[in-house]
Design a protein around this ligand. Structure first.
Ligand code: UGA
Length: 518
């Protein structure tokens, strides 16, 4: 594969040869990647062992909530560029570049990453790779994983040890030789993904950087061809080795988690002196060295990525004998978990210390707005903590209710606020959906028993709510209600990270042996 600018330009302009792409695993990452690569003009074939998921995707239905993705799916199915299958034989035959997008969730028995789905996918695919091609890992993995997978491909892929198999690969061989001319056998690249839920389409079509972990110029060339339309936008490409590429992803998520926990630690201090963390964050953000992104205090981070990635990073550092370097991530995790307790404390303090039998209206179940993902969701964890105190909890979420019901069955659910607001003793906002920010406090005030709102995400206009007669409280802001300090070793009775509301819902994106979202 040539890496020359002219080749890239040719591919980008649609006149050059484009590699045929496959995507292994059609969970959140894989489905988005498949749809967006087809949108960029590639022929894409995506595989999953979950027949029902493949049927739904083939019928133009996205099995999870992600803005804009369903329209793009249907448009690209209509062009014929995008197809789905359950046959690994078919993708092995079809693909020049195979993107592996299976999940690497937290292990149920510890902090490390569960690589069983990834290993299973490679073991299934590799023996079918009889001609030169590039396998590209996109899953988030512990440093050192890619090197092991490269060794497995060298061992298992017929194209890597059988010249005859390569020569006999069939009529496509001539075309493939043009598309991946320098790839001797099957090679591996690592290309971490940085997309955010809720912005997955834009992040994939217009990423802020591409990271290519490669072991040869040929692999780099094949990857450049697979991303030619993106590279043509001027997106920076960082070419490096496997381990650095793997580390870029875990370092990025760890840095983001650290920023969030930093501002939440400031919120704790603000609470102790009745200072205002929002003003503090704003003042910090004007320093361009600090910046304002990911400095939004509240109930902390959740989801299927940040929590498990910082834990897996610590576990890997321990294995490598450099655990001390990442010891701070344990504190980041602790600060994050403490926010959930602090919100419960704030609700309790505002209700005179009694939560049992109180009717609480919880706004939000998703780990963040524009998502139906409830994996390690701070909102659901707080709802669970409140329910365990004996409170009567009703959770409202515009899209995450079905997943939340499965993950936390012990509370009541609704999709609209008005239907369930009657007799509420407090409204607790935990996910900052736009619909909640736009609620009319005067109208809601006529329905509830007590006009008390706890805005754990700082999403509401406090002045407006106060003017409508509400007591408005938000963590880290002057409240006049200072919760008693959290004991350092407070027992955690919330949702355990690896087994909480993450479990069944959309994390079952692809059934074993091929796994979940990275
Ligand atoms: C995160 C990263 O942002 C992506 O770059 C990465 O690709 C992805 O993980 C992944 O590893 O796949 P995501 O999990 O979609 O993306 O969500 P974020 O937007 O990062 O938010 C994570 C959590 O932090 C949410 O619960 C959010 O509410 C919280 N958050 C975010 C804050 O509490 N404060 C902030 O200022 C920002």
């Amino acid at each position: 594969m040539s890496t020359s600018d002219s080749d890239e330009d040719a591919a980008a302009s649609g006149t050059g040869l484009r590699p045929r792409l496959t995507v292994i695993g059609t969970g959140y990452l894989g489905a988005t990647h498949a749809v967006c690569m087809a949108e960029l003009g590639f022929e894409v074939l995506a595989v999953d062992v979950d027949h029902s998921k493949i049927s739904r995707l083939s019928a133009g239905e996205i099995p999870f909530f992600e803005p804009d993705l369903a329209d793009l799916l249907r448009a690209n199915l209509a062009t014929g560029r995008l197809r789905f299958t359950t046959s690994f034989e078919e993708i092995a035959e079809f693909g020049d570049v195979h993107f592996v997008c299976v999940g690497t969730p937290q292990r149920p028995d510890g902090y490390g990453a569960d690589l069983s789905h990834l290993n299973a996918a490679i073991e299934r695919l590799a023996p079918m790779l009889t001609r030169p091609c590039l396998v590209v890992g996109k899953s988030t993995v512990p440093a050192g994983t890619a090197a092991g997978i490269a060794r497995a491909l060298a061992r298992l892929a017929p194209a890597n040890h059988s010249a005859a198999a390569t020569a006999d690969a069939g009529a496509d061989a001539e075309t493939d030789a043009d598309i991946v001319p320098d790839l001797a056998g099957v090679q591996l690249a690592w290309n971490p993904e940085f997309l955010r839920e809720g912005f997955a389409v834009a992040d994939t079509l217009h990423p802020d950087r591409l990271v290519f972990g490669v072991a040869s110029p040929a692999a780099e060339g094949a990857l450049r061809a697979a991303f030619a339309p993106v590279i043509a936008q001027g997106v920076p490409v960082i070419v490096t080795d496997y381990a650095t590429a793997e580390l870029v992803k875990t370092a990025a998520n760890s840095f983001l988690a650290t920023k969030i926990s930093f501002i939440n630690a400031m919120a704790e201090v603000c609470e102790a002196v009745d200072a205002d963390v929002l003003t503090l964050a704003e003042a910090l953000s004007h320093d361009v060295r600090i910046g304002g992104n990911f400095l939004r205090p509240g109930v902390g981070f959740g989801g299927g990525c940040l929590p498990k990635d910082i834990r897996a990073f610590q576990a890997r550092a321990d294995e490598l004998g450099v655990g001390v370097a990442l010891r701070f991530l344990r504190e980041i995790d602790e600060i994050n978990n403490r926010r959930r307790d602090r919100v419960v404390d704030l609700v309790s303090a505002a209700l005179d210390g009694t939560l049992a039998h109180r009717r609480l209206l919880v706004l939000g179940a998703a780990f963040k707005p524009n998502s139906d993902d409830v994996r390690d969701s701070p909102a659901l964890a707080v709802a669970d903590l409140l329910a365990r105190t004996g409170a009567d909890v009703t959770v409202v979420d515009p899209v995450a209710t079905p997943n939340a019901r499965r993950a936390l069955p012990g509370v009541t659910y609704s999709e609209t606020v008005e239907d369930v607001a009657a007799d509420a003793d407090a409204v607790v906002l935990l996910t900052e959906w736009r619909q909640f920010a736009e609620l009319d406090p005067a109208r809601l005030g006529q329905l509830v028993r007590r006009k008390l709102v706890i805005d754990a995400r700082h999403a509401l206009d406090g002045d407006r709510w106060r003017q409508a007669g509400w007591v408005y409280l938000a963590p880290g802001r002057p409240t006049g209600v200072i919760p008693s300090p959290v004991p350092e070793q407070r027992p955690r009775f919330g949702l355990p990270a690896a087994t909480g509301p993450d479990a069944a819902a959309r994390d079952a994106e692809i059934e074993a042996p091929v796994g979940r979202r990275s």
